[in-house]
Design a protein around this ligand. Structure first.
Ligand SMILES: Nc1ncnc2c1ncn2[C@@H]1O[C@H](COP(=O)(O)OP(=O)(O)OP(=O)(O)O)[C@@H](O)[C@H]1O
Ligand SMILES: [Mg+2]
Length: 267
């Protein structure tokens, strides 16, 4: 199961971008190679990480479609090379992780061969990493459009609101209905709450949605967000990070933080 793919889903403002960035920090601490995908057109994860001056996949895709339209014959066969090149340009590489920002992909008209090639190429890039974390768009559209098809752990975020809980349930139902999706485990986190509202918790459980736990409102997150500081550099003891780590470890999404076995043990 390589790479391990995790996606954060949920209603607008439920904490998808922040928890994506905080989980990235936790996986990094375990020495794993990380690809982060900001799949929300609002680009919240890129902002939460302080990334700047990147080309989005949407922009790369528009260039690819343009190339595909103007090239003929032999040149068309070079399309996959062009895609590789443009995707590499869109891949933000830092010493710690790589980031792909989807941006908006609303070029007029369906161009299915390009979309398929693009999806295959992204899959190929993803293969070079241990973990892929996807910060999804609010709502359930990306599940319906199969953007999250290969996700092993869709994590549905909610707050203590009926609207949040209902969106999480809708997402769970969309995952169950999605023919291509075969996740390892689906669960919900109450984010930015001290105690999950018992009636909302019951509602989720009645919809066969497992509740993983709660992540508290964390003043450190608020203060850092106000200053635009990267969520990856949150102090280790901050309440949200500790709670998220406990949840991800309890449900075996995050490995124990023992040092990894050397790849090539000394003979
Ligand atoms: N546990 C937390 N403690 C304190 N603040 C939080 C916490 N989780 C999220 N926030 C804050 O709530 C706001 C929304 O969080 P975030 O941007 O991560 O949500 P989102 O689901 O990505 O939103 P959108 O749907 O708009 O992309 C942000 O200002 C963030 O700093
Ligand atoms: Mg966001």
């Amino acid at each position: 199961m390589k790479p391990l793919i995790i996606a954060f889903l949920g209603k607008g403002g439920s904490g998808k971008s922040i928890l994506s960035a905080l989980s990235a920090k936790l996986f990094l601490q375990r020495g794993l190679r990380l690809l982060l995908i900001d799949a929300d057109p609002a680009m919240g994860l890129a902002t939460a990480l302080g990334a700047e001056d990147f080309k989005t996949i949407g922009e790369a895709r528009a260039e690819i479609i343009h190339q595909a339209r103007i090239s003929r014959g032999e040149e068309k066969e070079r399309l996959s090379e062009i895609i590789d090149f443009l995707l590499m340009e869109a891949l933000v590489e830092t010493p710690d992780y790589s980031l792909l920002v989807m941006g908006s992909t609303n070029t007029v008209g369906c161009y299915c061969p390009v979309n398929n090639l693009l999806r295959e190429t992204i899959t190929r890039i993803a293969d070079q990493y241990d973990v892929v974390i996807i910060d999804a768009e609010a709502g359930i559209e990306q599940i319906n459009r199969e953007v999250t098809r290969s996700v092993h752990y869709p994590i549905l975020l909610t707050d203590n609101s009926l609207r949040g809980a209902k969106t999480a349930i809708l997402a769970k139902q969309a995952i169950d209905r999605s023919p291509g999706m075969n996740p390892q485990r689906v669960g919900a986190i109450f984010n930015r709450v001290e105690n999950a509202d018992p009636s909302l918790q019951k509602l989720l459980e009645e919809a066969s949605l497992e509740v993983y736990g709660t992540v508290p409102a964390d003043p450190v997150v608020t203060a850092r967000d106000a200053r635009g500081e990267s969520a990856m550099e949150m102090p280790d003891h901050s309440g949200a990070l500790v709670a998220l780590e406990n949840i991800l470890r309890t449900f075996q999404i995050l490995p124990d933080d023992k040092p990894r076995q050397p790849r090539h043990p000394a003979l």
